[in-house]
Design a protein around this ligand. Structure first.
Ligand code: PLP
Length: 302
């Protein structure tokens, strides 16, 4: 059922990023364009799904069900993949029925939607949460919200391979670290595993610091058996998840050489500018910025 999806191996492109504040500090950045792997199945969410789809294939499932909000990049990638590759998808949504641009796409992609309300959605971590849904959809494989956990992280490890394969094309012989936005920290954990202590991974939190990203990353790193992970989490949420302010909007508008959205990628690059200008990186430093996608979700915010 999932073989066509698992056979699809998109190669994200690595592109130089030219910005005056980088040039002034003599810091070089290349962007790994996960946002451009495909017109519909896009961003880090596709990679986080891969190992879950492998498990679904092994279980002989006919489709998958998962959770998300009305702007969810995760459900969007999942529904688009289901339509593209021919497996059934069910989405369990937070809140009450509404037609955001994302939800309208989910319907077009043929995802079956159930709205859980806010109370019902809060129960998603309960041990018996999936039981009634598995009773209703015995042939579907459940995937946790956002495709998190070790399986989600493993799917992101290939980014390191993609970067290594494209370094020469940039005229680089090596790089000094990664910079990317974090929601659950699953993507960051994948890179931490791929680097295995070789180069640092800097994660910019899109959520407040008390959201448990660090324990989540530690859990994945431990489950994978990596002894000395090298990463740093930085607070970049600017007052809360999805909190948008005028300075952020102005930054995104001025940075027109690359399309950004305000929840993740905009905040991450804006914090990089602040840190570069504060001298966090020595002249000559070369960094990989991961464009994690999310541009579809931006439609609802404009
Ligand atoms: C979900 C998402 C993230 C966060 O990824 P995690 O693996 O949960 O840290 C970052 N950027 C975008 C655009 C996302 O949609």
């Amino acid at each position: 059922m999932f073989l066509p999806a698992l056979d699809w191996q998109p190669e994200p492109r690595l592109e130089p990023l030219h910005l005056d504040w980088l040039a002034r500090a003599n810091v070089e950045v290349a962007v790994l364009r996960l946002d451009q792997i495909d017109s519909l199945v896009s961003g880090n969410k596709w990679f986080k799904l891969l190992d879950h789809l492998r498990a679904a294939q092994e279980a002989g499932a006919e489709g998958v069900m998962s959770l998300g909000g009305a702007y969810s990049n995760h459900l969007h990638a999942l529904a688009a993949a289901g339509e593209r590759f021919g497996f059934a998808t069910v989405g369990l949504l937070r809140g009450h029925p509404q037609d955001t641009p994302t939800v309208l796409d989910l319907k077009v992609f043929g995802m079956t939607l159930h709205w859980l309300g806010y109370e019902g959605y809060r129960r998603r971590h309960d041990p018996d949460f999936w039981a009634p849904w598995q009773a209703q959809y015995p042939r579907l494989w459940p995937i946790p919200e956002g495709g998190s956990g070790l399986p989600g992280a493993k799917g992101c490890m290939t980014w390191a391979t993609s970067v290594s394969a494209q370094l020469k094309g940039l005229g680089w012989d090596d790089y000094h670290g990664w910079w990317l936005p974090c929601g659950t920290g699953t993507s960051l954990a994948g890179l931490v595993l791929a680097e295995a202590g070789k180069r640092p991974v800097y994660g910019v939190l899109a959520v407040p610091e008390d959201h448990g990203v660090k324990p989540q990353v530690e859990k994945i790193v431990e489950a994978a058996g990596l002894a000395d992970p090298l990463y740093e989490l930085l607070d970049g949420s600017r007052g809360g998840f999805a909190r948008v302010d005028a300075d952020l909007i102005a930054f995104i508008e001025t940075t027109h050489v690359i399309e950004l959205e305000p929840l993740y990628t905009g905040k991450a690059l804006m914090l990089l500018k602040a840190r570069v200008e504060a001298g966090m990186f020595a002249p000559g430093t070369r960094l990989i910025f991961v464009h994690t996608g999310g541009l579809q979700g931006r439609r609802g915010l404009a």
